[in-house]
Design a protein around this ligand. Sequence first.
Ligand code: PEP
Length: 251
Amino acid sequence: MRKNIVAGNWKMNTSLQEGVQLAKEVNESLKSFKANCDVVIAAPFTHLASINAEIDKNLLGLGAENCADHVSGAYTGEVSAAMVASTGANYVILGHSERRQYYGETSETLKTKIGLALENGLTPIFCIGEVLEQREEGVHFDVVKSQIEDALFELSAEDFGKIILAYEPVWAIGTGKTATDEQAQEMHAFIRRVIADKYGKDVADNTSILYGGSCKPSNAAQLFAKPDVDGGLIGGASLKADSFIDIVKAF
Ligand code: PEP
C-alpha cells in the first residue's frame, strides 16, 4: 500500500551551517518518537553532502529541489541527477511551480528530468497544480491532468510506481491560503482516477499523493485525514524543526 510522507521543501533558504543545524534538529526529534509516516527534507544542492553525513537515513530521507535535464557536460551552473545521487540524497523535487514559473520549466524538460532522476535511483517528488485564474475558470482538473499526462505518461507502470506526486495549488503556496480539506480530497481523488485510467487501480492505489500549499501544524491533521491525501510537501513550516515535526505528528 502507498506510504504516508511528509517532505520539507526548504527552497533557497538557510546558509550551509543553518541548514545542517536544522537537519540535525529534525533528525534528533525523530529519534524521540515513532513517526507514522516517512519524513524527507529537500535542501539546496550545496547542503546535501554535509546533511547526509549528519542524519540517520532510516529516520530521515534527503532530497534535492531540482536537477538538470542533461546527463553532464557544458551546462555551466547546472547540477545533474548523478551529482545529486552522489551526495547520498535519494529524492528530488521536480516541476515545482516556482521552477515552472520563474525558470520556464515545461513538461518536455520535466519528462527528461524525471527520466534522469529515475536512472540515477532518485525518487522524484513531482509537483502539479493550477494557478488561481485556472481554478476560477474551472479548468483546474484539466490543467492537472495535462501536467501528469504530458510529463509522466510515457513511463512504464513500473517506473510510474516510483514517483511521488505533490498536488500544490499555486494560489496556496506561500500565501497562507490553504486549500480546504474538501478541495484537496476532490483533486487527489481525481488524480488517482487519472492514474487508474492509464495504469490500473493497483498502481493508482499505490501512488502517494501529497498536498502542498500553506500546510502547517494547525491544518495538517485535517488535510491528512482525507482518504486520498497521503501527506504533505511543506515549504515555510519546514524551516523550523518544531513546526515541521508537529506536521509529522499530525499522522
Ligand atoms: C512549497 O513550496 O512546496 C510549499 C508548499 O510552500 P508553503 O508550504 O510555504 O506554501
